[in-house]
Design a protein around this ligand. Structure first.
Ligand code: SAM
Length: 225
């Protein structure tokens, strides 16, 4: 299995969390203004995962696992179960995930330790620990068979539309909308007009909301029940 996307130096962000630069895409994996803050605000809170009694999360772009750790910390705090399904076609080395996560939120959860132990060994990677099931498919989400009407939350977290346009297309948005359960919420850090129109065209109801540190706005989009 391919593993070892070239990653630049780690970047310590203002909230103390870390991210890194993808040398392949020429962009940081997470926000330089606060990687953990973005994960929590845009994705965990933006999808209502912090309120949901039994979240089922689908993520496009597992990256360095920052969103996963933020979600783990949230479900651990509330004692709720979590199912997490992610796609990643260019996995970074396990050592980079370990270094980015060290001492960060969720990093002391048994699911994170199990993920690091199994990362890069097989696809899909399946981690099952009490209360948490994680499946990471190491492949292109464009070619994946997505679950239907399943996700309570969808984290759309590719690189920017300029650098990673294939995950922001109407065709993928339509498939992602179908993967959401009725009432489920897709969240993303981009509030660009074309992203809003693409999500609306997929049958979702996108709305802007205040952004995380360093960003005026981000988006959430509901699949109407
Ligand atoms: C902004 S980073 C994601 C950061 C991540 N969510 C985190 O919490 O660390 C974007 C990720 O999407 C992945 N990606 C981009 N296009 C993809 C595709 N077509 N299929 C699967 N993964 C993709 C990239 O390899 C990269 O790891």
């Amino acid at each position: 299995m391919k593993q070892g996307s070239p990653v630049g130096e780690l970047i310590v962000t203002p909230d103390g969390s870390r991210t890194a630069q993808s040398l392949r895409f020429g962009e940081a994996y997470g926000s330089r203004h606060g990687a953990a803050a973005q994960a929590r605000h845009v994705f965990v809170e933006g999808t209502g995962t912090d309120q949901h009694p039994a979240p089922r999360v689908l993520e496009v772009g597992f990256g360095l696992g920052v969103n996963f750790r933020a979600t783990l910390a949230e479900v651990a705090r509330r004692g709720t179960a979590l199912e997490y399904l992610a796609y990643e076609f260019d996995p970074a080395p396990a050592g980079v995930l370990r270094a980015v996560g060290a001492g960060g939120e969720g990093a002391n959860h048994p699911a994170w330790a199990a993920l690091l132990a199994g990362w890069g060994q097989a696809s899909p990677l399946v981690v099952e620990v009490p209360g948490v099931t994680l499946t990471v498919h190491f492949g292109d989400v464009l070619e994946a068979e997505l679950p239907q009407s399943w996700a309570t939350a969808l984290y759309l977290d590719g690189f920017s539309p300029a650098r990673n346009p294939e995950v922001w297309t109407p065709a993928l948005a339509g498939r992602l909308a179908q993967a959401l359960a009725p009432g489920g919420v897709l969240a993303t850090y981009s509030a660009a007009g074309h992203v809003r129109r693409t999500l609306a065209g997929a049958g979702l109801r996108p709305e802007r909301r205040p952004g995380p540190p360093g960003k005026r706005e981000c988006l959430w989009a509901v699949r109407e029940a």
